[in-house]
Design a protein around this ligand. Structure first.
Ligand SMILES: C[S@@+](CC[C@H](N)C(=O)[O-])C[C@H]1O[C@@H](n2cnc3c(N)ncnc32)[C@H](O)[C@@H]1O
Length: 319
């Protein structure tokens, strides 16, 4: 029986697979169902190759090596649920990840947003907090003494409660601040022996919430959304769904920033204007079709407007 072949109609080609593979697939689906029931994470939107690569690490680490044995292992060892989730959601992040992107936010995007004195920002998939705190530091740098005249809030969300716990603690090692100038560190962090604590006035702008990006957005009317280096986990279909949530959540004229290795999917690539192709900054158009005032169309702070970029939209290019 072990080497027997069963005809398994895959819906496309009706290819033949072995009994072994069939049983493994049944166990794999069962494992995903168990994880959904126990930890509420719906894997249906995640990329299969990504999931299988990450699960195989746990299969090897537990010595089970097959999904059938791993399902039994999970049922007997409830601690494993957390381990497998930790292994799936990769939290790698840094302060000011991609300096050119933060430079563009500081010089171009934030000054535009601060024409209004109420600004709402969302860091979606914020991991351990470096991204929202970098944004808060930028807000303070851009506004300086005028900060008290502005109502600025940064919502930071992630699915990983562990990461959110670390983010709320706001404590980092010197190594985690690598790449930041000493003067910036002195201004925005206090030191306590080996650890560096984000100062209260920086923390005050940021609130953390647990949120699964596969679910509808938390609020509406954001001026700026950063969702960077998160889409790698998701299938193309889910990426489109998530990007559409962002589109609906942005106010007209609001900005979406995605990761430098990511692309906007589907319909949205038509609906959002590319503002800076290198930094992956997009803008939701105004209903009247005009996106910027004449002053914004001129050369600003070392950036010029390029009307002929590859995505067909207007594009500001750093020089
Ligand atoms: C690589 S980190 C990116 C951190 C930060 N945005 C950056 O660019 O440095 C990816 C984050 O996405 C989060 N994530 C994965 N799936 C998610 C989901 N369904 N909903 C919300 N966050 C998710 C992970 O927990 C992880 O913290």
């Amino acid at each position: 029986m072990k080497n027997a072949q069963v005809k398994q109609n895959t819906g496309k080609s009706g290819e033949m697979i072995s009994v072994e593979d069939f049983l493994e697939d049944v166990a794999y689906q069962k494992m995903k169902k168990l994880l959904h029931e126990k930890v509420g994470l719906d894997f249906n939107g995640y990329r299969e190759e990504y999931l299988k690569r990450r699960f195989s690490i746990r299969l090897r680490a537990t010595g089970t090596n097959t999904y059938r044995l791993y399902v039994r292992y999970l049922q007997k060892n409830p601690d494993e649920y957390n381990r497998v989730i930790d292994n799936l959601v990769i939290n790698y992040t840094t302060f000011f990840r991609d300096k050119d992107v933060y430079g563009y936010l500081e010089k171009i995007v934030l000054p535009r947003l601060f024409r209004s004195n109420k600004v709402r920002i969302w860091s979606a998939g914020c991991a351990t907090g470096e991204e929202p705190y970098s944004l808060s530091i930028l807000v303070h740098k851009v506004l300086g003494k005028k900060r008290a005249n502005y109502d600025v809030k940064i919502l930071a969300s992630d699915i990983d409660e562990n990461a959110l716990g670390k983010a709320a603690k706001a404590e980092y090692s010197r190594k985690q601040l690598n790449g930041m100038r000493d003067s910036l560190i002195a201004e925005y962090f206090s030191t306590n022996g080996e650890s560096y604590q984000v100062k209260d006035f920086v923390k005050q702008l940021v609130s953390f919430e647990s949120h699964d990006l596969m679910k509808p957005s938390l609020r509406k009317g954001f001026d700026l959304i950063l969702c960077r280096n998160v889409m790698i986990f998701f299938s193309r279909e889910s990426q489109q769904k998530i990007h559409m949530h962002f589109y609906n959540t942005l106010r007209e004229g609001g900005y979406l920033v995605i990761g430098k290795a990511e692309v906007l999917s589907g319909q949205l690539s038509q609906q959002l204007l590319c503002d800076n192709v290198n930094c992956r900054v997009y803008q939701k158009s105004f209903k009247d079709g005009y996106n910027r005032s004449p002053s914004e169309l001129s050369v600003t702070n070392g950036y010029t407007l390029n009307l002929n970029n590859s995505s067909g939209g207007q594009c500001l290019v750093a020089h």
